[in-house]
Each structure stands twice: as C-alpha cells, then as structure tokens.
Design a protein around this ligand. Structure first.
Ligand SMILES: Cc1cc2nc3c(=O)[nH]c(=O)nc-3n(C[C@H](O)[C@H](O)[C@H](O)COP(=O)(O)O)c2cc1C
Length: 150
C-alpha cells in the first residue's frame, strides 16, 4: 500500500505520485497499535520511530484510535527550497492529495476501507510524534477493514 502511495517506481528515484518540482517533501508516517513508523521509500520498508500507540492523537474523531493504521502525511519544509510559506502549504497539500488518492485506489483494489482526514489537533499530534518545527502535518488517513455485517 505504501509503495502504491508514494513508492519509487523508476530507476531515477521518481515516485508513484508527482510532487511539485520533484521535491518529494511528503513523508508518510504510519501509526499502528504497535507504534509509529516512517515509510522509507528507498528501502521500501517501515522504519520504527516510536514504540507507542499514538493512533488516538491522529484525529479528533474517536474512531481513529481503532483503525488498523493511520497514515500521517508530514511535509518536510526543509526540502522545499525557496518557496514562500503559502506556496509551501499549497504544494504540500496538493502533493498529499495525489498520494492519498493512490491509497484510496489501493484500498479499493484490496477490499480495505479508508478515509482521509483534516480534523486533527496538529500541535498535539506534532508533539506526540516529536516533529521538528519545520515538519508540518498536512492530513491523516485511516485505513482498516470493512465492518462485518451479519
Ligand atoms: C481534504 C479532506 C479532508 C477531510 N477530512 C475529514 C475528516 O477530518 N474526517 C472525516 O471523517 N472525513 C474527512 N474527509 C472525508 C470526506 O468527508 C469524505 O470523503 C466525503 O464525505 C465523501 O465520502 P466518501 O469518501 O466515503 O465517498 C475529508 C476529505 C477530504 C478530501
């Protein structure tokens, strides 16, 4: 799923989703019951970041703490060169939209459910994730299994 989202799909290191000026500024963090991980696209694996369950802080809706995985899209402004602040936010948001749609399509193909989310207490989540000041939380996205119906 993470490869489909924003993995490397070409020998020159380019990715499954475009990014403005190919700055590849969006990092995908993954919060599960076991901890917080960072998707390492070069190695195509998850790098452990925190051995804590931070799912409950990834959104203001109570259901987020039960999702199998919550993706958190974080823009690393230190990779965004000379853009003005409003441009950094605009491009980060556009680039996140493209990545999150890849997750939607992957979930559709595998019978998973997903919802992208903006309703986040960003300062609380940034604190829980121990982010730097120049790492900005753009959106989160819950991924899980459909409710069983009897
Ligand atoms: C930028 C954006 C932000 C969203 N934020 C939230 C959110 O915080 N919480 C939520 O439950 N859904 C959120 N959604 C999901 C929409 O409410 C949802 O896509 C819409 O109601 C249509 O439902 P569907 O995606 O199941 O077709 C967001 C969608 C987008 C595109």
């Amino acid at each position: 799923m993470l490869w489909a989202a924003f993995g490397i799909n070409r020998p020159d290191g380019k990715r499954t989703a475009p990014s403005a000026k190919n700055q590849q500024e969006i990092d995908i963090y993954v919060a599960t019951a076991k901890g917080l991980y960072l998707y390492d696209a070069k190695a195509n694996l998850l790098k452990p970041i925190l051995a804590e369950d931070v799912r409950g802080v990834t959104g203001r809706q109570p259901s987020v703490k039960e999702a199998a995985a919550n993706l958190i899209y974080v823009a690393d402004y230190s990779r965004m060169g000379a853009y003005a602040e409003d441009e950094k936010l605009f491009y980060s948001a556009a680039d996140t939209g493209l990545i999150s749609e890849n997750v939607y399509l992957y979930c559709a193909s595998e019978g998973l459910t997903t919802v992208v989310r903006a309703n986040i207490d960003r300062p609380a989540l940034a604190k829980a994730m121990k982010l730097r000041a120049d790492q900005k939380i753009i959106l989160a996205q819950s991924v899980g299994y459909p409710k069983k119906t009897l």
